[in-house]
Design a protein around this ligand. Structure first.
Ligand SMILES: [Ca+2]
Ligand SMILES: [Ca+2]
Length: 150
C-alpha cells in the first residue's frame, strides 16, 4: 500500500518536472514554451508571461522557428500568437525584449508592412503560410507564446 502511494507520488513528481519545465509548458532544446489559452493585447501578454516567470517568446534560429510553428500547427488552437518582438522604439527597427536586434526572421511576404502606420508588434498568423511572421496592431487581443529559458 505504502509502495503504491510512493510510486504514485514519484510518477506525479516526474510528470511535473519532465525536463524542468513548469506544468503546461512544452520543452524544446534549452527552453520551455507556453502556448496561451487566453488572449490579451501585446502589453497584457507580456505581463502574463512575466507572471509565469518567463517572457514573450523570442525566436533566434531557424530551428526554434520550426519548433514553434510546428507546435502551433499540430496542437495550437489559435489563429494568431504574439511573440516578444516590436519596433515600438524606432519604426522599422525590430527588437526582442531587452533591446536585442533580430538575428533571424521569417516574415510572411510583404511583411512587415506597418499598415496604416500602426503595426508595431510581432505575431505569427495561421493564414500566413502556417504561422509566418507579421507586424500587427499591439492593442489587438491575441493568444501568445511565453518562453522560459532552462
Ligand atoms: Ca511598425
Ligand atoms: Ca503587417
Amino acid at each position: 500500500m505504502q509502495l503504491e502511494i510512493l510510486s504514485a507520488l514519484v510518477c506525479f513528481v516526474v510528470t511535473v518536472n519532465a525536463a524542468g519545465c513548469p506544468l503546461g509548458f512544452v520543452h524544446h532544446k534549452r527552453s520551455c514554451y507556453w502556448f496561451s489559452v487566453v488572449k490579451g493585447s501585446f502589453a497584457e501578454a507580456h505581463a502574463y508571461c512575466q507572471y509565469l516567470e518567463g517572457h514573450l517568446a523570442t525566436i533566434e534560429s531557424r530551428d526554434e522557428d520550426l519548433f514553434v510553428r510546428g507546435h502551433a500547427r499540430r496542437h495550437g488552437k489559435a489563429h494568431h500568437y504574439w511573440l516578444g518582438g516590436t519596433d515600438l522604439n524606432i519604426e522599422g527597427k525590430w527588437m526582442w525584449e531587452g533591446q536585442r536586434r533580430f538575428s533571424f526572421t521569417n516574415w510572411y511576404h510583404r511583411q512587415p508592412d506597418n499598415a496604416g502606420h500602426r503595426e508595431h508588434c510581432l505575431e505569427i498568423r495561421k493564414h500566413f503560410s502556417h504561422y509566418l511572421w507579421n507586424d500587427w496592431i499591439c492593442s489587438h487581443n491575441l493568444n501568445f507564446i511565453c518562453e522560459k529559458k532552462l
